[in-house]
Write a protein that binds this ligand. Structure first.
Ligand code: NG6
Ligand code: CA
Length: 520
């Protein structure tokens, strides 16, 4: 009898001990996950709302992206702040609306660093919590102080605004210099062949896209007629740096490898990887393995290449044993464009694919397709699959990540929506100001208001409606996704309410230089 009681007692003591231990272990793991997951931003360039399989793409397959999206929180109202690259990237990293900084416009390759080195950024904030931070891919936020010597270490560079490691292209694939830059140094540069860059004037004797069409493997349609590099005419003039020039067709693989190496090297500490990919921005130069893979020509091919890269990246996270502890955010800097300056069949081979996914406009536009982009969060085991119609913006990643890592940092325009990004809440933003080449418009609830802009309605070069009109525009985008019915004159009350709310945030500054029509 005594023995039985003893045994029972021992059993109770042991099971209590183990259950406590287990609980402790679980809660430690949980806390670790909540406080310091790795964070990866996959940031596409000019990817349209309809350019992914999960939003109905035709003639392109994006199985890797779709798999992540279908296991994550997919946003149907997810926005970049801007319809072009630099302003969106500025807002993504700083949590600040780009129209607050007049210099946040599409930058040439020679532009100085746009983010002040005193400015708080997502990677800086993560550094204060012990993260190792890196960028591998497209930068396009300026470098140096305005007069860059490409043959010396370029300062300031991404490492001065929060990145421990940087491996970048300076601006865009269509702009010089066409070289990779690692922690401020041009990679593979031969000091006997120094690089010179000029955006205004050619260097004596250098061929150009304009004068030497016989040297081109890709023809230009508008712009893009300065220096020729790898048979592709670019924006801006470049001389020297032969050994450092990138091979366009290798770029995707090259950045992918850089991103994979970063993960392998830093998997034992919390890391932040910003992986801004170059696809499907022009020039579209798929690796030969992807040529002809889509039915849509090079634009579709580079999208399939990008999807493959995403798959490879996820495999690396998995193989290195960190996927379960990694929050992934996938989105794009602005909406789509077919002909962005090169004759690459994007228009001719579009078939029944709708890069806009039913939205109006495109890159450069104040209409929805300019800024509403594919956007999802994925965290294996932590985020449950969900389609969310909450209004979210890339701006909000700053404050939401601050919450996730328990940081007190705040950013001017960033809203803390961690629960929304984690799929636990549908309470997104109430409103958002969107921007397109220095013009701004306003979304509030289901409504979008575009103030009058006395500027061309269509950019005929890229064949995109810009959203400009001489009258106010007001759309109920829940009912009228394609923005075909302007309700401004039918619903003056709503319009007035929108104008007041918009001006309360934006100020009246937006009216400078535009024609404002008074409502009667
Ligand atoms: C435009 C370029 C366009 C693209 C864009 C920047 C011309 C005519 N057009 O000025 O091709 O490079 O800038 O794109 O030069 S973004 O996605 O980086 O904002
Ligand atoms: Ca872009």
């Amino acid at each position: 009898m005594e023995n039985r009681i003893k045994k029972i007692l021992i059993f109770i003591i042991l099971s209590t001990f183990f259950s406590c231990k287990n609980k402790q272990k679980n809660s430690t793991v949980d806390n670790d996950l909540t406080i310091k997951p790795n964070i990866v931003f996959i940031y596409m360039d000019d990817l349209g709302y309809g350019d992914v399989g999960y939003n109905g793409a035709k003639g392109i397959e994006t199985p890797n992206i779709d798999k992540l999206a279908s296991n994550g929180v997919t946003f149907t109202n997810g926005y970049a702040t801007s319809a072009t690259c630099t302003p969106s990237r500025y807002a993504l990293l700083t949590g600040k609306y780009p129209w607050r900084n007049k210099k946040a416009k599409i930058l040439p390759g020679t532009a100085p660093l746009l983010i002040n080195t005193n400015q708080m950024t997502i990677p800086k904030m993560l550094q204060t919590k012990g993260y190792y931070t890196g960028i591998v891919g497209k930068w396009h936020l300026g470098l140096g102080n305005g007069n860059v010597n490409w043959n010396k270490t370029i300062k300031p560079n991404p490492n001065d605004v929060g990145f421990d490691y940087s491996y970048i292209m300076a601006a865009t694939q269509d702009r010089v210099p066409t070289v990779y830059i690692e922690n401020g140094d041009v990679v593979n540069l031969d000091s006997n062949d120094p690089i010179e860059i000029n955006y205004d004037k050619n260097f004596d004797g250098q061929p150009t896209g304009k004068n030497n069409p016989e040297l081109l493997k890709l023809k230009w349609h508008h712009g893009h007629n300065s220096s020729i590099i790898n048979g592709i005419p670019r924006i801006g003039y470049m001389k020297g740096g032969e050994s450092a020039k990138w091979v366009d067709e290798d770029m995707a693989g090259h950045f992918l490898q850089g991103a994979q190496n970063f993960i392998k090297k830093h998997k034992n500490q919390a890391f932040f990887l910003y992986y801004p990919m170059q696809q499907p921005h022009v020039p579209r130069t798929p690796h030969h393995q992807f040529v002809g893979k889509s039915g849509l020509g090079p634009r579709g091919d580079v999208l399939m290449e990008a999807d493959w890269c995403v798959g490879q990246l996820i495999q690396t996270l998995e193989k290195e044993g960190v996927l379960n502890n990694t929050l992934i955010v996938f989105t794009s800097d602005n909406g789509p464009v077919l002909n962005d300056g090169y004759l690459d069949d994007a228009v001719e081979k579009i078939g029944n694919h709708d890069q806009n996914g039913g939205l109006r406009g495109g890159k450069y536009s104040l209409f929805e397709a300019g800024t509403r982009v594919p956007f999802f969060t994925y965290w294996k085991g932590k985020i449950q699959p969900k389609i969310s119609d909450a209004l979210v913006c890339q701006l909000d990643l700053f404050a939401s990540i601050a919450k996730l890592i328990d940081s007190d940092e705040k950013a001017t325009d960033s809203q803390q929506l961690l629960d929304v990004f984690m799929g636990k809440s549908n309470l997104g933003r109430k409103n958002l100001i969107i921007e397109a080449t220095s013009r701004t418009a306003f979304r509030q609830g289901d409504w979008v208001m575009i103030p009058p802009y006395n500027k061309p309605r269509i950019n005929t070069e890229v064949n995109i409606e810009l959203g400009n009109d001489t009258i106010y525009q007001l759309y109920d985008i829940e009912k009228d996704k394609a923005q075909l019915h302007n309700l401004a004159f039918q619903n003056k009350e709503k319009l007035q309410e929108m104008i007041i709310a918009f001006e309360a945030i934006r100020g009246k500054d937006y009216k400078k230089g535009i024609r404002d029509i008074e409502l009667k």
